[in-house]
Design a binder for this molecule. Sequence first.
Ligand code: PDD
Length: 286
Amino acid sequence: MQRIVYVDGHFVEEQAAKVSIFDRGFLFADAVYEVTAVVNSKLAEFDGHMTRLQRSCRELSLTLPVSLDELKAIHYALIEKNNLNEGAIYLQLSRGNAGDRDFHFPSADVKPTLVLFTQARAVLDNPQAKTGLKVVTCPDIRWHRRDIKTVSLLAASLAKEFAHAQHADDAFLVENGFITEGSSCNCYIVLHDNTVVTRPLSNDILHGITRQSLLKLAAQHNIQLEERPFTPEEARHAREIFISSATTFVMPVVSLDGKTIGDGTPGPIARRLREIYIDMVKEQVK
Ligand code: PDD
């Protein structure tokens, strides 16, 4: 069975879905996106993702062509049409088809292109949560507005390829001597007094929705948390390292640049935060 996807007001089989070669998402990466986890056929952290989508749109003067209620209905229609129990929904909004290649923004009557599709995958029982990830560092060569969730993901893609070439699962990006974030996740280290450290919000990193909830949950569960930058060297000597994102939730890291972290198995704080986060999601999707 083919996936049913959404393109500009229509639900169609994936092979029938079409976007113009003049679409500005295709030509200029002039598009924003969101990835929302699906658990128990329900959306996790939907409001957070939509709030960030609205912010990304504002920052780029992009207009959402549908209301948030309509967006929610489209997400749920896709879950239903694809019988999706667990996985994610990808949403992309571009500045649309301007009819030709031109750097300037098109006139206001050009409609943005809205595309959504589902991806089935294990979110709760992700086997990597048991083994942990191997990560390597590489330079952060991205642009300077990483707080906007745009589809200009070539640098992230290159970082993942760099990691895979070294038989690692992912890459942490380094700028001016400090880790900014992962290629598609936020990063955390756990100090030897069990304090969790994560980089503060700025234009240097994406303001993760999972991160936002984790900070609240850490405070509720008396887990010490400090927002400050950290270096790869400090991370390699940390007690634990972990990451967060909508698709991985909380995922332990067991080696960085070939150096084993802790005893090489997922650490207790990462495991606890994953558990607490999953409990919160389960409450949302009851
Ligand atoms: N990526 N930082 C970057 C660069 C990201 O691409 C992501 C998410 C995050 C975590 O944000 P959130 O917790 O809101 O998912 C941080 C998504 C999952 C992706 O591109 O597939």
